[in-house]
Design a protein around this ligand. Structure first.
Ligand code: HEC
Length: 225
């Protein structure tokens, strides 16, 4: 019995040592590899039309794949749809009307203002500049890869006094060379970002920061542009 356990111990130790000999990167044989290694598709990417169709009536011939949200549905937390649709090219009716729409989000708390500063730097600062001066690294005074001058959010005569609803309209639908940010930022984040930009604009102009944007303007003291 004793010999048996000695042999068993030597055997197990041997297997453990042998199995640790080197790093194995090959997974060995895969049964049904497509179950393990699926092809990655970007959510809103264009599909290869030779293989995929978004037309349900052609579903038998090709793979039916409609990656868009179901028409008329609203994602969670997106409970306040923007009342104006995007203008057709050459029309500015809704863009002008957007001036009248008020920011539905509550004034920013200190934590929210810090978060908006972070989201601004990630999404907007690359073009509009960390200092909101319209000279981020993508533009870089005309020497960067993005040739269209982003607006100076603090110094531009129109944007520095732009109503919040109109700012939201441009972030929602894009403006000329600036794309829409509706898929990168949630509706709530977009409105909160507008509160943030408006508060910084007023602070920079030494005007009182509206309590509707930031209830306690001392929260902005910690944000260094
Ligand atoms: C790829 C570069 C780029 C990025 C990133 C970018 N913008 Fe812009 N933005 C522009 C350009 C260019 C314009 C000028 C558009 C025009 O009027 O021709 C502009 C204009 C604007 C305006 C003025 C809109 C108007 O109605 O005149 C606002 C406000 C603005 N941007 C806010 C933002 C915010 C907020 C973000 C981040 C969520 C952002 N932008 C991200 C390039 C950019």
């Amino acid at each position: 019995m004793k010999t048996l356990s000695v042999i068993a111990t030597i055997f197990v130790t041997g297997i453990v040592l042998v199995s640790c000999d080197h790093v194995r990167r090959s997974p060995g044989h895969l049964y049904m590899p497509d179950m393990f290694i699926s092809r990655a598709y970007e959510t809103y990417d264009q599909r290869d039309s030779a293989q995929f169709t978004t037309d349900i009536s052609k579903a038998g011939e090709k793979i039916f794949y409609n990656n868009m949200p179901v028409a008329g549905t609203i994602a969670r937390d997106e409970d306040l749809p923007f009342p104006l649709s995007q203008d057709k090219p050459g029309d500015t009716t809704n863009y002008i009307a957007s001036k009248l729409i008020e920011n539905p989000e509550a004034p920013l708390t200190a934590a929210e203002a810090t978060e908006m500063h972070r989201l601004y730097l990630i999404n907007c600062g690359i073009c509009h500049g960390a200092k909101m001066d319209g000279n981020g690294p993508l533009y870089n005074g005309g020497n960067g890869p993005f040739s269209s001058a982003p607006k100076n959010l603090l110094g531009d005569p129109i944007v520095s006094v732009m109503p919040e609803g109109q700012m939201f309209y441009s972030i929602q639908y894009g403006k000329n060379m600036m794309g829409s940010y509706a898929s990168q930022l949630s509706r709530k984040q977009r409105w909160q970002l507008v509160h943030y930009i408006k508060a910084i604009q007023n602070k920079t102009k030494k005007l009182p920061v509206s309590p509707a944007d930031v209830a306690d303007s001392t929260v902005l003291d910690n944000i260094k542009l």
